[in-house]
Ligand binder design. Structure first.
Ligand SMILES: *Cc1c(COP(=O)(O)O)cnc(C)c1O
Length: 355
């Protein structure tokens, strides 16, 4: 039996979108392929609210995160982390021999504009990374406010991780001046995992050109040049994902971005209220995520047992991430999920726990 997914990626994919993955192949150097990418780029620019160049990578989002920090750090990177995924960005810098410092908030807390101001004012850094939506703690950072600080430092390349929020929350890339904005297919976009995408500014590209040892497969200069030239890629991209993405983007734009964010917000509010009633929220109330809720296990239940019982009813949620396992659990409300899905899940949890 398929278990309905309430985990923060991969998410359930609509059957018609899944079917597009089985489209017969075309040559990746053909005119059809150029047209496919051109179509995807135009639609992604709307979702990202940007005029920057859109690139795809046949890797999950981590690939483009590594590409950004490796290719665009010349001097030193300031990594603002509020959880497991921010920590990963720092590990990527270290693994690639890039000078980097990590500025870590406690789990459940946000990155504040004042923190960023203090760090950038030192003049030591020429790239910063911020996690827009930290999936491990259910915190959505105030990136709009942080962006106002970053704008005062025109030499700094601004990278954000929107892997678990793009298309599930309002992320105006150009208004915020984001140079490298990354997301993956398997979260709010509602596609299978295996492809990621980013908007890349001229500034990020120019920086990368001045950096040596960018690697090859994830070299953003190679990828960007080829996309700008004829909407193709240096190596063979995942065409099945591209067919499905092109189709799903039509559905997303037909729903309307504002409507889509509002649907996510309505589900988020419902799950947050439910969590406050029976448990407590793990995250700082001022910065709750639109797409995933992290619930403090104040009743000391066995999350593993709960998930087992849910599994027998054809559903699954997420235990806490890493050290937060059993101390928290997470419910995703992203992609094509509905209020009915949320109610079905909470009713089942109440029934199983006798709440
Ligand atoms: C899932 C996730 C990642 C990792 O993305 P992959 O596509 O699995 O590589 C990075 N950051 C955040 C915030 C995520 O939720």
């Amino acid at each position: 039996m398929h278990k309905q997914l309430f985990i923060p990626g991969p998410v359930d994919v609509r059957p018609d979108v899944l079917e597009k993955m089985a489209t017969p192949m075309i040559g990746h150097r053909s005119k059809e392929c150029t047209a496919l990418q051109e179509s995807i780029s135009g639609k992604l620019q709307k979702v990202f609210q940007t005029e920057n160049v859109m690139v795809l990578s046949t890797s999950s989002g981590s690939g483009l995160m590594e590409s950004a920090i490796r290719c665009c750090t010349a001097k030193k990177a300031a990594v603002f982390s509020i959880g497991a995924f921010g920590d990963r960005w720092y590990k990527m810098a270290v693994a690639n021999g890039k000078p980097a410092d990590k500025f870590r908030a406690e789990d459940g807390q946000a990155t504040h504009p004042e923190d960023v101001e203090k760090v950038l004012a030192t003049g030591e850094y020429d790239l910063i990374t911020v996690t827009h939506n930290e999936t491990s703690s259910g915190v959505q950072n105030p990136v709009g406010e942080i962006a106002e600080v970053v704008k005062k430092y025109p030499d700094v390349v601004f990278c954000i991780d929107t892997v678990s929020s793009m298309a599930g929350a309002d992320i105006p890339v150009d208004k915020w001046g984001v140079d490298f904005c990354i997301t993956s297919t398997q979260k709010c976009l509602g596609l299978p995992p295996g492809l990621s995408m980013a908007s890349v500014s001229q500034k990020a590209y120019d920086r990368a050109k001045a950096v040596t040892n960018r690697g090859l497969y994830l070299d953003i200069v190679e990828i960007y040049d080829k996309v700008v030239k004829n909407y193709q890629y240096p190596s063979t991209p995942s065409l099945p994902h591209m067919f499905a993405l092109d189709y799903q983007l039509d559905l997303i734009l037909a729903e309307g971005l504002e409507n889509r964010w509002a649907r996510h917000a309505e589900m988020a509010k419902y799950i947050q209220d439910w969590a406050r009633k029976y448990f407590a929220l793990f995250s700082d109330e001022r910065y709750l995520s639109n797409t995933v809720t992290c619930i403090a296990n104040t009743r000391g239940i066995s999350v593993a047992d709960l998930n087992k019982a849910l599994g027998e009813r054809g559903m699954t949620l997420s235990n806490g991430y890493g050290d937060l396992k059993e101390k928290t659990f997470r419910i995703a409300h992203m992609a094509d999920a509905t209020m009915d899905d949320m109610k079905k899940l909470t009713t089942a949890i109440e029934d199983i726990l006798g709440l």
